[in-house]
Design a protein around this ligand. Sequence first.
Ligand SMILES: *Cc1c(COP(=O)(O)O)cnc(C)c1O
Length: 227
Amino acid sequence: MTSIAANLQAVRARIAAACAAAGRPADAVQLLAVSKTWPAAGVREAAAAGQRAFGENYVQEAVDKAAELTGLQLDWHFIGPLQSNKTRPVAEGFAWVHSVDRLKVAERLAAQRPHGMPPLQACIQVNVSGEASKSGCAPDQAAALAHAVAALPGLRLRGLMAIPEPSDDSRLQRSRFALLRQLRDRLNAEGLGLDTLSMGMSEDLEAAIMEGATIVRVGTAIFGKRD
Ligand SMILES: *Cc1c(COP(=O)(O)O)cnc(C)c1O
């Protein structure tokens, strides 16, 4: 077994254990393999081990990598900061975008999504750590943004995404993830049928799963440490 295949197996075991500890079914959490900075060969190895969904942060890198792997039927998720002048390749080449944090970006993605494709699955990124993190909309702006995004054609709003500040304190980690869950619950009470919480990475996926994550985005624990 390659090391990527072994790492994937270990991450899947962590997810299963966390689901069991949280009293959630084992298939409640989807694994997104974050392949940013790694060459297509690594993605190919992970795909051979059964992984289908991959996350990328940089538009051009992702487009080039996907072009090398066209035969593989992978689902590409864009998870990085998105400038409004870089939306077109995301609208045309990705299945998901997790990092919508303002309406202008969502409007461009919606307008640029090709008509023959299924809607682009979208999450609103929320800054749950206040000053400690710069990306994502403020929690008190999330509801207005979510309602506006949900009304756009070409996009399907699935839920919320967050990247809390790194912390060794599992209570602090859980409180950040809980904030995102409570926000999702509030939006659903307002009529948005959101089924996705994209939260948890290599270091904190257990805390995220305890708080209801449905997608964990894992890079280092699968592919190794990035430069
Ligand atoms: C890089 C990245 C990840 C993966 O982080 P790891 O700590 O390597 O697991 C997840 N989400 C986003 C948005 C990232 O940029």
